[in-house]
Design a protein around this ligand. Structure first.
Ligand SMILES: [Zn+2]
Length: 326
């Protein structure tokens, strides 16, 4: 396996008083020599290849090769139906290693957890044991990927959502490692308030599993609208990227330049399951399987959504003046 990425891990500790966001792990991922960067994004996928997961993976391989991608982002709900049983669960190999086999996908994968992942052993997906089995895999709760061109802030959104605590129904959630009761999201919020202020990147993205704005089955996630969106709006975030709703979707914020991008169709898709097609800011909604690509340069961002046949369904092109820090 040839992995052509440069990955540097800086584990910030309480000793690094120069860093205001000491709690978040920061990964440095170089841009290409021409200062561009591209990646694929998918969510809601791990079903041992069934339900079109393998077909989506095949098309990802082709698009990944064409765009010469630098990495892949997974927006969570990585393993259905109930996450991994343990770090030795063969679903990891059956739903990940043996599915995303194309040469172009042998890159770093940056992943967050989804609510379904919390129904199993949530910490198993964070374990270095998985990275030993497949070095592409990197899943953490909240962290930053910094490529100079773009800073991407990954947020563990499941602990924000009240109903998983108040109405778990028949599901059991594993909050191990973050608190026996309801986890405190205060520190994550504090980190997210501070980290973008230190960003010098031309583009800024935030990745979380849950929607902020969506016309799909789950709709908006009220807790994120209240607690996360104001931070995004105050910090010049360009893109909020998520899964959870099993669709492909692009909504423009009506109050800021933020673009909400849903890629939660890696296998699960709910045909016709949507609400509010006349919502303000809605640019695109597709209720079948597929994935998304992001291509960035200093001045341009191009985002494309693909169906299971590799057809481009929707393109978002955005431009910015290059800025300098004098
Ligand atoms: Zn979900």
């Amino acid at each position: 396996m040839s992995i052509s990425f440069l990955l540097t891990l800086f584990i910030t500790s309480s000793l690094s008083s120069l860093s205001a966001y000491a709690q978040l792990l920061r990964f440095s991922h170089s841009s290409k020599h021409d200062a561009s960067l591209s990646f694929l994004m998918l969510g809601d996928w791990g079903r041992r290849g069934a339900f079109n997961q393998s077909q989506v993976a095949f098309q990802m391989g082709k698009v990944g090769e064409r765009l010469d991608i630098d990495f892949v982002v997974s927006t969570g709900d990585n393993f259905y139906d109930n996450g991994l049983i343990s770090e030795h669960d063969n679903a990891f190999a059956e739903s990940f290693t043996k599915i995303y086999t194309a040469e172009s996908l042998q890159k770093q994968w940056y992943s967050v957890l989804g609510n379904h992942d919390y129904r199993g052993d949530a910490e198993a997906q964070l374990s270095p044991v998985l990275r030993e089995m497949d070095s592409r895999w990197l899943c953490l709760r909240s962290f930053i990927v910094d490529s100079e061109l773009v800073d991407i802030f990954f947020v563990d959104t499941t602990p924000f959502v009240e109903k998983y605590f108040t109405e778990p129904q028949k599901h059991k959630y594993d909050w191990g490692g973050i608190g026996p009761q309801k986890p405190d999201v205060g520190n994550v919020i504090k980190d997210l308030e501070l980290a973008p202020k230190e960003s010098r990147a031309q583009w800024r993205g935030v990745v979380g599993h849950h929607t902020i704005r969506s016309v799909g089955h789950h709709g908006d996630t009220q807790e994120l609208v209240e607690k996360l969106l104001p931070i995004l709006q105050a910090n010049n975030i360009d893109f909020y990227m998520n899964g959870h709703d099993h669709c492909l979707e692009h909504i423009s914020d009506t109050e800021s330049p933020i673009q909400f991008l849903t890629s939660g169709a890696g296998s699960k898709a709910w045909s016709g399951d949507l609400q509010q097609m006349n919502r303000r800011g809605l640019n695109f909604f597709y209720d079948g399987q597929g994935f998304m690509s992001v291509q960035l340069t200093q001045t341009h961002a191009t985002i494309e959504f693909y169906d299971v046949f590799g057809n481009v369904l929707h393109t978002l092109a955005s431009s910015k003046q290059p800025h300098s820090f004098m």
